[in-house]
Design a protein around this ligand. Structure first.
Ligand SMILES: *[C@@H]1O[C@H](CO)[C@@H](O)[C@H](O)[C@H]1NC(C)=O
Ligand SMILES: *[C@@H]1O[C@H](CO)[C@@H](O)[C@H](O)[C@H]1NC(C)=O
Ligand SMILES: *[C@@H]1O[C@H](CO)[C@@H](O)[C@H](O)[C@H]1NC(C)=O
Ligand SMILES: *[C@@H]1O[C@H](CO)[C@@H](O)[C@H](O)[C@H]1NC(C)=O
Ligand SMILES: *[C@@H]1O[C@H](CO)[C@@H](O)[C@H](O)[C@H]1NC(C)=O
Ligand SMILES: *[C@@H]1O[C@H](CO)[C@@H](O)[C@H](O)[C@H]1NC(C)=O
Ligand SMILES: *[C@@H]1O[C@H](CO)[C@@H](O)[C@H](O)[C@H]1NC(C)=O
Ligand SMILES: *[C@@H]1O[C@H](CO)[C@@H](O)[C@H](O)[C@H]1NC(C)=O
Ligand SMILES: *[C@@H]1O[C@H](CO)[C@@H](O)[C@H](O)[C@H]1NC(C)=O
Ligand SMILES: *[C@@H]1O[C@H](CO)[C@@H](O)[C@H](O)[C@H]1NC(C)=O
Length: 498
């Protein structure tokens, strides 16, 4: 009996972990000075980002992502879909070259087939479902279809009449593709991928959509949007669009396909005719989004059903064409310097602030460089500090001087030794400081990512190690079980945070 109970508890825990939605980040590479893949991965690690989506299957990126525990969504670029959708041999080769050659060292969990194909590449629409099926068959042949899902990111502009959500439907002229596509997603236990841009919805609404509603800011109850058919209350655009997608699928009789948001975000800078592309709005949007997703709030139609979401995007892509906002969706610049530091500090227990009273061990002002070098040598040798970040090409190499390197080595040793005062001595060359010496993607131990975009405390939440929740979760949406699962998830978080 007890054994069964334990097994059950274990199963419940596994289910709970499985349901934890994640926040991931898209990595576009349209930068005039694209960081080297190892630098990209160093930034991801420093920021505790555990889920990424690539717009292709760049070999160097896939190699750099190997053995990192980062889960990776790879993409078939739009221009390759025609060939893949017309030949299962081409599809099998693609999978072999871009997935099987890297798996399992690189934890590829998803193949995204194109990007907004149905709205941007009408000629490829005919073969889109074949492409999905051929790629999936190739995974089946390698027995990887349970680990790796196949889907295609859709533009939310395909959903017409999206408010009220209960009346939303997909552009009917696309049904000949959508129906077999939804059939495929359902039978393969995959998910609907949706790109959601409240920024554009807001911009194009001519004042109908209030800015606060787009930014997830609290609204007075009389300002909430109410769906008169369902009487559900909407307090943000993001949820309304996801529910519109659920309803549009239901309209075609598909009711158990989960949604994953493959792109969403807000630009931090724009042209003079884009006055709402500001650092403040971008920070508010992305901070609120992260809290919303990780809190497993769900949507009004499916409360408590997590919707994993990839933020658009990691870097500002300065080489992108178009308005200034196009170049400014990133969380970081090409040097890995955050464009803004997310406000993730006030969301209660789980994302609570733990940044008070942080201390660091750094070189004393005016310390003798030779003595500092001796200290570095000791810390990186007998002191067992991992000094690899100080090597050329690594995040803490620059500035290449003895003081900066001593700071890193001393601080790492100090934290390794549980911040005991005696461990910050180094022949009297070191001192304890409250100023975070982290810079760029060089994150110092103990810095809690203060200087990064993702404060460290979200780490356990962003650390969700699972892939996207499976289709069955939509059915298991009983509130009682969900609350129980949430309690367990919170307990697990608590344990991780302790
Ligand atoms: C392609 O499809 C044909 C016909 O269904 C099948 O015989 C063949 O094995 C498939 N090839 C690959 C590489 O999947
Ligand atoms: C529906 O899709 C068709 C075909 O892609 C397109 O021509 C049409 O403009 C779309 N309708 C709307 C209202 O977006
Ligand atoms: C959905 O199912 C209902 C009831 O079974 C049926 O009447 C309707 O035609 C179906 N709609 C579609 C689009 O298949
Ligand atoms: C988190 O979820 C709880 C219950 O689902 C809700 O009351 C609370 O407002 C949510 N917090 C945020 C920041 O969304
Ligand atoms: C969180 O940290 C910020 C700055 O690091 C500080 O201003 C704020 O008071 C802290 N909040 C709490 C609840 O400790
Ligand atoms: C931070 O330090 C002050 C003074 O040393 C102390 O009163 C306070 O309790 C500390 N706060 C935390 C969160 O440790
Ligand atoms: C923050 O991240 C650093 C580096 O990954 C880690 O050593 C440290 O334990 C983390 N702090 C907390 C409070 O999780
Ligand atoms: C990072 O920290 C350093 C030193 O504390 C500071 O000079 C720099 O402005 C910070 N960068 C950001 C983006 O906050
Ligand atoms: C992340 O999750 C894994 C597995 O749940 C756990 O072993 C690890 O300690 C976590 N890492 C952090 C830094 O929380
Ligand atoms: C990929 O990550 C998932 C979630 O952590 C894990 O279950 C799976 O074992 C990983 N796969 C590989 C090949 O590492």
């Amino acid at each position: 009996m007890a054994k069964h109970f334990l097994l059950l508890l274990f199963a419940v825990c596994v289910a709970a972990i499985d349901e934890e939605p994640f926040i991931g980040v898209n990595i576009g590479r349209d930068l005039s000075d694209m960081p080297h893949p190892t630098q990209v991965v160093a930034l991801l690690k420093a920021q505790q980002i555990r889920h990424v989506r690539l717009y292709d299957a760049d070999q160097a990126m896939l190699i750099a992502l190997a053995n990192t525990r980062i889960q990776v969504a790879v993409s078939v670029p739009n221009q390759e879909i025609l060939a893949i959708g017309q030949s299962n041999t081409t599809a099998a080769k693609w999978v072999s070259h871009n997935v099987i050659a890297h798996y399992p060292a690189t934890n590829i969990t998803t193949i995204c087939v194109g990007s907004e194909v149905l709205t941007t590449l009408p000629y490829a629409a005919k073969v889109l479902v074949s492409a999905l099926k051929f790629l999936h068959s190739a995974l089946v042949a390698s027995n990887l279809d349970h680990q790796i899902k196949v889907s295609t990111p859709l533009s939310s502009s395909m959903i017409l009449d999206s408010f009220p959500p209960s009346q939303a439907f997909f552009n009917r002229s696309l049904n000949p593709v959508l129906v077999p596509m939804l059939d495929f997603l359902q039978t393969t236990d995959s998910y609907l991928m949706l790109n959601i841009y409240p920024y554009y919805d807001y911009m194009q609404s001519n004042g109908v959509i209030p800015l606060d509603y787009a930014l997830f800011k609290p609204l007075p109850p009389n300002k909430e949007a109410i769906d008169s058919n369902t009487l559900l209350h909407y307090s943000n655009v993001f949820d309304a669009v996801i529910d519109a997608a659920y309803f549009a699928m239901a309209f075609l009789n598909y009711t158990n396909i989960p949604v994953v948001v493959t792109e969403t975000g807000w630009p931090s800078k724009g042209d003079s005719n884009e006055p709402d592309a500001t650092v403040e709005n971008a920070n508010t949007y992305n901070s609120n989004l992260i809290k919303h997703v990780l809190n497993i709030t769900g949507t009004p139609k499916h409360p408590g059903i997590g919707v994993s979401t990839f933020i658009y995007e990691l870097y500002n892509e300065d080489a992108k064409a178009g308005p200034l906002s196009e170049k400014n969706w990133g969380l970081f610049d090409a040097n890995g310097k955050p464009v803004y530091v997310l406000h993730l500090t006030e969301s209660g227990g789980v994302l609570a602030n733990d940044t008070t009273n942080q201390t660091y061990c750094v070189a004393k002002d005016g310390a003798d460089p030779k003595m500092l070098q001796a200290g570095i040598d000791w810390a990186c040798g007998p002191g067992k500090v991992d000094c690899s970040p100080l090597l050329q090409g690594q995040p803490c190499y620059e500035p290449d001087n003895v003081v900066a390197h001593a700071n890193y080595a001393f601080d790492t040793y100090y934290h390794q030794m549980g911040k005991s005062t005696q461990s910050c001595d180094f022949n009297d060359m070191a001192t304890i400081s409250t100023t975070n010496p982290s810079h760029g993607s060089c994150v110092f131990p103990g810095s809690l990512g203060i200087n990064g975009s993702f404060p460290n405390v979200t780490l356990s939440s962003l650390n969700s190690t699972n892939s996207v929740s499976s289709a069955s979760n939509l059915h298991s949406g009983e509130l009682g079980i969900r609350s129980l699962l949430m309690v367990i998830v919170l307990l697990l978080w608590g344990v991780v945070l302790l």
